[in-house]
Unconditional design. Sequence first.
Length: 239
Amino acid sequence: MADGALVLFSGGQDSTTCLAWALSRFDHVETIGFRYGQRHEIELECRLPILRALAEVSPIWAGRLGKDHLIDLDVLGQVSVSALTADLPFGKRADGLPATFVPGRNLVFLTFAAIVAHQRGLARVVSGVCETDFSGYPDCRDNTVKALQVAVNLGMEARLVLETPLMWIDKAETWSLAEKLGGGALVDLIVERTHTCYVGDRTVRHEWGFGCGKCDACRLRENGWARYRKAKAAVAQDR
């Protein structure tokens, strides 16, 4: 297989950071997104503008950025009902998991991505799942990804690697990683162009980006931004 990667790219902060991570490492990088009946489908509208903007951040990235794939998985939203795929309240389910948990979502996404990567001759599938600073989704755990990597490779007689560059860092460190990868230009791009809000609100622009400011995704992003800025200020003061 070629020295290339397929990045699960939703149009959000984490997947954009993962895409920059992949573009900094691999000669050829393709992207894949999924339409699954999500309430915040506006994230899909952000994808192409982000791709164009990333190409402007670095000429090297522009030369490495390849084909984008958008897969229709509306059936997932039909069989896996949650607050992200139906007009249901946020909060906790009876079993303690977040109401925004879409059962099987990352299992399906990674499996479809593995199929595409295998057929495209790409050795790596990159995902922004994270166990350190996440919303309680069991399919974001390291053990889940490792188990799935074994399953897809056995099932397709492949040697794919499922890369998870954000697995052991929190949201503040994700902002820092973006800065290390693409400087202030990438941080600004993430603030202005990405979408993470579960409600799909892009009418209010906060210091950390657009969103309702109340859902779990917005709160994680806001808190991470505050800690990231505090750490930067402390470093500047020590100099």
